[in-house]
Design a protein around this ligand. Structure first.
Ligand SMILES: C[S@@+](CC[C@H](N)C(=O)[O-])C[C@H]1O[C@@H](n2cnc3c(N)ncnc32)[C@H](O)[C@@H]1O
Length: 376
C-alpha cells in the first residue's frame, strides 16, 4: 500500500467556537497598544467562565430540564429548586456562549431555549454526549491545571526521575471515555475511505485490534463500514463492560469482543490486519511511544495497517495552522494532568523506522490527524 498525504476532511463548515466577549470597535481611537493587549488577554483569562457556567448548569440538571422545552428563569428555578435571580444569572451566562438562546416571551419575560442539536450533547447516555467530558473536567482537569507550572519546572517526572506517562485512574477513564465519542465519526469516515481505496477491506476474516479502546466507538463504526471485519478491544477492567454494552447498542456485538488487559505487559493478539490507536500516543513519553510501535510491528499481519489517530503536529503544514495550534495546546493539557505530548510527524517517522515500519498515509480530521503505517 502506498498512499500520499492528503486532506480528507469534508468541506462542511463547523461554526467558529469563538464567542466574542470584547467588542474591538468600542475602543477610543487613542487607546494604546498595551491597553488593547490587556483586553485581548483578559478575554482569554475569562475562558474559565465558559466551563464554569456550562458545568454548573449540567450539575443542576438545567439542560435536562430545558430538553423538555423552553422555559423562563422562574419556571426553571421552580423545576430545579434553585434561587430565581441566580438562575436568571446562570441562564444569561449560558446565552453569552450561545449554549441557550434568549428570546422575549409575549409578557416581556426572557425565555431560554436549548437548541435541539445540543439535547444529546448534554444527555448522560447520549452516544456523542459531552457529559463524561464535563464530569472529567470537574473531577480531574480543574485542579490539574494548577499543577502545570510545577510540571513545567520539573518536567512531569516519577519519583525516580523518569519521564512520566499520562495516567489517570480507571474510574476517571470511565467518565472521560464516555465524553469523547463525538470525535469518532469524522475520523472513521476518511479512515474507512482510505482503507477501502487501498483494497484493505475486501479480504474476508479481517481482524482489528483496538488498543486502549475506551467505549470502542472506533471499532464499532468500522465494523459497520466493513461487514467482513471482526474486532477486539483491549482495555482495563472497568472499561470493558462499557465497550461491550455499546457494541450491543450499535448492533455489532456479534463481531466485537473486549478483553481486559494491560497493553504494556500483556500479549496482543497476533496477525492483526488493523492495529488502531486512538488518543493513546498523546499519553506517552517518546520512549514508550517507540515501544508501542515495536510491539505493534510484531502483532501486525504481513499486509496489515497501523492507524494512529491523535494530535499529531505536522511541521510541513506551517506554524499557524489551526490544527497545529490546537495540538500544541493539547500537549499543555496533557502536561497539566501528568505527562504525554503532541508528537510530530517526524517523531513518528523515526519510531516507525526503528520498528521496521513506514508511514503510508496521513489524513486530516477536525481535531486529529490519522497516521497510517505498514511494514517497511
Ligand atoms: C484517552 S482514552 C482513549 C479511548 C479511545 N481509544 C478513544 O479514543 O475514545 C485512553 C484509553 O486507554 C486505556 N488505557 C490506558 N492505559 C492502558 C493500559 N496500560 N492498558 C490498557 N488500556 C489502557 C484507558 O483505560 C482508556 O480507555
Amino acid at each position: 500500500m502506498s498512499v500520499p498525504r492528503s486532506a480528507s476532511n469534508t468541506t462542511t463548515a463547523v461554526s467558529s467556537n469563538h464567542t466574542p466577549l470584547v467588542d474591538p470597535t468600542r475602543f477610543p481611537a487613542v487607546a494604546d497598544g498595551e491597553v488593547r493587549a490587556a483586553h485581548r488577554l483578559y478575554e482569554h483569562l475569562i475562558g474559565i467562565w465558559a466551563p464554569g457556567v456550562i458545568e454548573a448548569a449540567q450539575d443542576l440538571g438545567a439542560f435536562a430540564a430545558l430538553t423538555e422545552g423552553p422555559a423562563t428563569a422562574a419556571a426553571l428555578a421552580e423545576t430545579l429548586g434553585t434561587d430565581l435571580r441566580a438562575t436568571r444569572v446562570l441562564l444569561d451566562g449560558l446565552s453569552a456562549y450561545d449554549v441557550v438562546q434568549r428570546t422575549r416571551g409575549a409578557d416581556g419575560q426572557a425565555v431560554y431555549t436549548l437548541p435541539a442539536e445540543l439535547h444529546g450533547v448534554f444527555a448522560p447516555d447520549g452516544l456523542y454526549s459531552l457529559a463524561g467530558k464535563i464530569g472529567h473536567d470537574r473531577n480531574v482537569a480543574w485542579s490539574a491545571w494548577r499543577n502545570l507550572a510545577r510540571n513545567v519546572r520539573d518536567g512531569a517526572r516519577t519519583s525516580d526521575g523518569a519521564e512520566q506517562l499520562n495516567q489517570i485512574s480507571e474510574e476517571d477513564y470511565t467518565s472521560l471515555v464516555r465524553g469523547i465519542n463525538f470525535w469518532a465519526p469524522p475520523i472513521v469516515r476518511p479512515l474507512a475511505e482510505r482503507l477501502r481505496t487501498t483494497g484493505w477491506g475486501t479480504g474476508s476474516g479481517r481482524t482489528l485490534l483496538d488498543v486502549g479502546c475506551g467505549t470502542g466507538i472506533y471499532s464499532h463504526l468500522l465494523l459497520k463500514e466493513f461487514p467482513e471485519l471482526s474486532a477486539t478491544g483491549l482495555d482495563v477492567g472497568r472499561i470493558v463492560p462499557i465497550a461491550e454494552a455499546q457494541a450491543a447498542q450499535l448492533g455489532v456485538a456479534d463481531r466485537f469482543r473486549c478483553v481486559t488487559g494491560d497493553f504494556w505487559n500483556d500479549e496482543w493478539t497476533g496477525d492483526t490486519d488493523l492495529a488502531l490507536f486512538v488518543n493513546i500516543f498523546h499519553l506517552q513519553t517518546p520512549e514508550s511511544a517507540r515501544d508501542l510501535l515495536l510491539k505493534s510491528a510484531k502483532a501486525l499481519s504481513d499486509d496489515g495497517v497501523i492507524a494512529i489517530a491523535d494530535h499529531i503536529v505536522d511541521e510541513e503544514e506551517g506554524e499557524d495552522s489551526t490544527q497545529n495550534r490546537f495540538f500544541r495546546l493539547f500537549a499543555a493539557s496533557m502536561l497539566a494532568t501528568g505527562g504525554g505530548d503532541a508528537f510530530t510527524v517526524h517523531d513518528y517517522d523515526q519510531w516507525l523506522s526503528d520498528a521496521g515500519l513506514r508511514r503510508v498515509g496521513l489524513l486530516d480530521t477536525p481535531m486529529h490527524r490519522v497516521l497510517l503505517a505498514s511494514h517497511a
